[in-house]
Design a protein around this ligand. Structure first.
Ligand SMILES: [Zn+2]
Length: 431
């Protein structure tokens, strides 16, 4: 038998064997033609990768093989070119493993560290991918696990990850990721397991959270080269980790989306033509759009869903299913301007309140007396320069020419002098 590496694998070659390490294993899926298949990603010691597929009853035949990270010697597998037209030019080879393939596990206590295979996105850079649905790979230490719950009929479980930036972020595990890996993580949470989450997405739900998709893969304590330094960091930074858990910094927009570096700020002229779903940092001045708008709305105090009820009644929120009394939540619509243009922007909650000279209870009082001091409100709002993280409003009934935007977070900034560069830290940051 000839031991070779993946770069020499071609359909039709004979008498070959490869040593493979399992680096990714998806849940069994059903193809468009109704065929059950299991997809593996295998690596050789030179960090070449190859997809391997196991079909139908052979999935069960190999149920005691191909454990993640373990190494196996494989020979006599069928090789074929991937039928994906996009990869045809590169002649990517796929390995089909069936019950006539010879598969032997290597007798080793610990599999070796995996070759560097992934481009992990640091938590601080996740905001650039928010709501884009792009596949992100992240690595972090699990510091907290919530109990399993359900969304509709689907089991979900939130876990909290942190990386070397000390930023803590929620990863929502869905379906089998919640019941399988979520359960293992919950049982071992006292050990602060290291996980690599592959092909997850970043959403703006709750400012910024990560979420699994069907094709995601959660690797628990993977033998990755990034692992040991991250563990050392966690051991030395217990205080920061405890703070993140007790203060729930993973729910705090100011911690999750702090003011960006200057080079990450875009101008309005550039975003109007940008892809539908991207979010942007912009800096400029707000102006109250019109005086007919109401400056607050009734909302669920937990999930902030707008609800037409009054605070006296206890009701069940249809969005988060908690028993609640609605609360008045600030909301203002402004015309937001920078040097390159202007947009219509909605600000909510604390982001709106920081621009107003009165509390919402005071405004409600003024409203009942039919005496809202709009002039003072307008002046107070336009006195500010703010840096906003914005996205296009999802439920906008207006034509695209007047596309509305929503602020995911807004930081008030202080300019040292008129027209000078930004010097101070963000006004609203809770350091
Ligand atoms: Zn709610």
């Amino acid at each position: 038998m000839n031991f070779i590496t993946f770069d020499r694998l071609l359909p039709g070659i004979k008498n070959w064997a490869v040593t493979v390490q399992v680096i990714d294993k998806q849940k069994p899926q059903v193809s468009k033609k109704g065929r059950r298949y299991l997809k593996l990603l295998l690596a050789d010691e030179k960090a070449n990768k190859i997809d391997a597929l196991i079909y139908g009853s052979d999935i069960d035949f190999f149920r005691n093989h191909f454990q993640i990270y373990r190494r196996f010697v494989v020979s006599n597998a069928r090789l074929q070119y991937a039928d994906d037209p996009l990869t045809l030019e590169q002649k990517t080879c796929t390995m089909i493993i069936d019950n006539s393939t010879i598969v032997e596990p290597l007798d080793e206590q610990q599999p070796p560290l995996l070759p560097p295979l992934y481009q992990f996105t640091p938590f601080k850079k996740l905001c650039h991918h928010i709501d884009t649905n792009s596949d992100l790979d992240v690595i972090g230490i699990v510091v907290h696990v919530n109990p399993q719950s359900t969304k509709g009929a689907t089991p979900i479980r939130d876990i909290v990850l942190t990386d070397q930036s000390s930023m803590a972020i929620i990863l929502t595990l869905w379906g089998e990721h919640a019941t399988d890996e979520g359960q293992i993580i919950a049982e071992t949470i006292h050990t602060q397991p290291l996980i690599a989450a592959l092909r997850v997405k970043a959403t703006s739900y709750g400012t910024i959270t990560l979420s699994t998709k069907f094709a995601s893969c959660i690797l628990i304590n993977p033998p990755l080269q990034e692992g040991p330094p991250l563990r050392q960091w966690a051991a030395k930074n217990n205080e920061a980790i405890t703070k993140a858990i007790t203060e729930k910094t993973y729910e705090n927009p100011l911690e999750l989306l702090p003011p960006p570096d200057a080079e990450d700020i875009t101008h309005i002229g550039a975003i109007v033509t940008a892809p539908q779903k991207k979010a942007f940092w912009i800096q400029g001045t707000p102006k109250l759009l019109d005086r007919s708008q109401k400056l607050w709305y009734h909302a669920c105090p937990f999930c902030h869903k707008s609800i037409r009820s009054t605070p006296e009644y206890k009701i069940t929120c249809l969005s988060c299913h908690r028993r609640i009394h609605v609360v008045a939540r600030p909301r203002i619509t402004v015309d937001f301007t920078d040097w390159s243009g202007n947009i219509t922007l909605d600000l909510y909650g604390k982001d709106a309140q920081q621009l107003l000279p009165y509390k919402i209870s005071e405004i409600q009082q003024q409203e009942s007396e039919n005496n809202i001091p709009y002039r003072a409100i307008e002046e107070c709002i336009s006195d500010n320069t703010i840096i906003c993280f914005i996205k296009k409003a999802p439920y906008s009934y207006e034509p695209s020419a007047t596309q509305k935007y929503t602020a995911i977070v807004a930081h008030k900034i202080y300019l040292a002098e008129q027209g000078s560069r930004l010097t101070g830290a963000a006004g609203s940051s809770s350091a």
